[in-house]
Design a binder for this molecule. Structure first.
Ligand code: NDP
Length: 259
């Protein structure tokens, strides 16, 4: 027998039916989990990433589960590429309602040894990429008077981290950008929020030296590293109808690391 709770769960699970979501850098790591979560809730999803094969593999996984998915190779730091991604999304699904700016890179090094190229590259992907994708996607959302944009910042953008001046600056920039866009786009019923993950177990953090990993872990009140699912759950909430009165916020997903 179907209980009331079951019915409610089903309704919530498919609450993104009819919505189209574009997630950048979605071929692996946190982005891949986000795209799975949104697709599972009924959204048609676009997996945008540098490599066509990797993005295509995620799209195939989703299609085999009965979801509607499209893979597009693209570089968020290129205006032409981002325009093309947004145009192809609208061509394929007729709309673009949700944008998750997830693509991000690190090029760590202490300030005196950080090259200009490493600075430029990190800012180009992590900050300019968020600007380009938001600008292109918000145009489509503004016409439809509904939109949800979630930018993946980092607690490092809020608290700094030795050896990550470029990354911290890019992620702090995302916070300011989020708030400015939230104010500009509110009149079009588009919310713009950021999530700031702490130490999340992915390939990106695998690269950290053991000492840095231990330092992070010992500073987390909840006593464990976060998972991509922890981040995806917060993103899933921020793109829902229930979060319609939340904009310009930065939600930390960090086990209490920074308070
Ligand atoms: P990963 O390195 O695992 O995944 C990042 C994805 O972005 C990859 O698929 C990568 O493609 C893609 N990408 C890189 N450059 C570009 C580009 N120019 N255009 C399009 N796609 C690109 O990272 P995570 O999953 O760990 O991180 C996801 C986001 O979360 C990032 O913004 C990161 O800064 C942020 N974050 C992560 C934390 C963590 O602990 N992991 C903590 C706080 C924030 P490719 O595989 O081809 O390089």
């Amino acid at each position: 027998m179907q209980t009331e709770t079951n019915v409610l769960e089903k309704t919530i699970q498919k609450d993104l039916t009819g919505k189209v979501a574009l997630v950048t850098g979605a071929a692996r790591g946190i982005g891949r989990v986000i795209v799975h979560r949104l697709a599972g809730r009924g959204a048609s999803v676009v997996i945008s990433d540098l490599l066509a094969d990797a993005a295509g593999a995620v799209a195939e996984e989703l299609k085999s589960e009965g979801c509607s998915a499209l893979a597009l190779a693209g570089d968020v730091s290129s205006a032409d590429s981002v325009e093309e991604t947004v145009n192809k999304t609208v061509e394929a699904f007729g709309s673009l309602d949700v944008l998750v700016n997830n693509a991000g890179i690190t090029k760590d090094g202490l300030l005196f040894r950080m090259s200009e190229a490493d600075w430029d590259e990190v800012l180009a992907v992590n900050l300019k990429g968020v600007f380009l994708a938001t600008k292109a996607a918000a145009r489509v959302m503004a016409q439809r008077r509904w939109g949800r944009i979630v930018n993946i910042s980092s607690v490092v953008g809020l608290m700094g981290n030795a050896g990550q001046a470029n990354y911290a600056a890019s992620k702090a920039g995302v916070v300011g950008f989020t708030k400015a866009c939230a104010k500009e786009l509110a009149g079009r019923n588009i919310t713009v929020n950021a999530v700031a993950p702490g130490y999340i177990q992915t390939e990106m953090t695998e690269k950290l030296p053991e000492r840095a990993k231990e330092a992070f872990l010992s500073a987390i009140p909840l006593g464990r590293a976060g998972t991509a699912e922890d981040v995806a759950a917060a993103v899933g909430f921020l793109v829902s109808d229930e979060a319609g009165y939340i904009t310009g916020q930065v939600l930390q997903i960090d086990g209490g690391l920074l308070m």
